[in-house]
Design a protein around this ligand. Structure first.
Ligand SMILES: Cc1ncc(COP(=O)(O)O)c(C=O)c1O
Length: 380
């Protein structure tokens, strides 16, 4: 029934009906680590121990699935915990995966530094080139892992084409949908097998909680996620689940404002002499613009720029802003600025994924756009 409702209606309502006993319209923060049983095995609401399941988390998980129009949602204590779970549920020693040549630094670090120790091999390929991804496949490839748009270079991958490539090679397609959010793009409908989110970002939306999510239509994959969720225990507490749900209720209105502001700033930056290149999928000159128009509702709140004055100018720009806070992370209501080479993507230094030194990443918030423009102008 919920999949017949519009996106904003699902965001506000999916996962919880007003409490029959009290009428509470919001799911309570069930601060309970264990649940009383009526006789051995007699579970009242299906809950026994809060690592296995907690009603606040269950409400969030149902909501996450409804947002992505997927059958099964699982919540985790961080985006990296969700990433780790997806990798462990699908890969065995001797398997191979393909990752973006500009993947999020933490994803790259986990695969490069941890999973390779357990006999997993990986190759890198540009998500914007399905043929290059196909050429990176090997007989033992089990996963094609993509972000679209990517962090931080905002490359766009054609999800249906990448799904064909992955499935043609006997692999599953995982889409990290953190940058777009389910409001702008729903990868399962485009052929992906697994969607992963850092809910820390747009879903939570207020920079006050860290979390992650996995959504799939495949019951076997979901069972493997649930097994690891319980078996390894990287679950969010009930307060974190509540905060994430609370953020999600306004996702659609926030995203529209993020997109409005980012479109205006991208246009302004495109004409500025201190800026050598503006990378924003909504600009007609962006190489992924046509694909983004096909599969995204709008183009998101993230902008990357390369400074004409190189690394020094990039570092200075990051220090000069007053409203844009110099900080890692993204997707919150407040605008943030960062230098990926020295901050979020420092772990890619010296690798094939190293990011340009003159690159600055902006997470455009929902403040008044005139104030954001004035801040960027004085900082440049
Ligand atoms: C695209 C992407 N995926 C995954 C993550 C990891 O999420 P978390 O920081 O919640 O562990 C991040 C964090 O920045 C990210 O940007």
């Amino acid at each position: 029934m919920t999949d017949q409702l519009g996106f904003s209606t699902r965001a506000v309502h999916a996962g919880f009906d007003p409490d029959p006993q009290t009428g509470a319209v919001n799911v309570p923060i069930y601060a309970s680590s264990t649940f009383a049983q009526d006789g051995v095995g007699g579970l009242r609401g299906g809950f026994e121990y809060a690592r296995t399941g907690n009603p606040t988390r269950t409400a969030l998980e149902a909501n996450l699935a409804a947002l992505e129009l997927g059958r099964h949602g699982r919540a985790f204590s961080s985006g990296m915990a969700a990433t780790d779970c997806a990798l462990r549920a699908t890969l065995r020693p001797g398997d191979h995966l393909v990752i973006p040549d500009d993947a999020y630094g933490g994803t790259f670090r986990l695969i490069d530094k941890v999973f390779t120790q357990w006999g997993i091999e990986y190759s890198v390929a540009p998500v914007s080139d399905p043929d290059a991804v196909r050429n990176a496949l090997r007989p033992n490839t089990k996963l094609v892992w993509v972000e679209t748009p990517t962090n931080p270079l905002l490359n766009v991958g054609d999800i249906p084409a990448l799904a064909d490539v992955a499935h043609g090679g006997g692999a599953k397609l995982v889409v990290d949908n953190t940058f777009a959010s389910p409001y702008l793009q729903q990868p399962l409908l485009l052929g992906a097998d697994i969607v992963i989110h850092s809910t820390t970002k747009y879903l939570g939306g207020h920079s006050d909680v860290v979390g992650g999510a996995l959504v799939t239509d495949d019951p076997e994959l979901d069972a493997a996620f649930a097994f690891l969720q319980n078996g390894a225990g990287a679950v969010p507490g009930p307060t974190d689940a509540f905060l994430t749900l609370r953020g999600i209720k306004t996702l659609a209105v926030r995203m529209d404002r993020h997109c409005d502001n980012a479109e205006t700033l991208a246009e302004f930056l495109s004409g500025h002499p201190a800026v050598a290149e503006v990378i924003y999928p909504g600009l007609p000159q962006h190489p992924g613009n046509a694909v983004a128009q096909k599969q995204m509702r709008r183009f998101g709140g993230m902008i990357s720029v390369r400074l004409a004055g190189g690394r020094d100018a990039a570092l200075k720009f990051c220090s000069n802003t007053k409203l844009f806070t110099l900080a890692e992370s993204l997707g919150g209501v407040e605008s943030l600025i960062e230098h990926p080479g020295a901050m979020t993507h420092a772990s890619t230094a010296g690798s094939a994924l190293e990011v340009p030194a003159d690159l600055v990443r902006l997470s455009v918030g929902i403040e008044d756009v005139s104030d954001l423009l004035a801040d960027i102008e004085q900082a440049l």
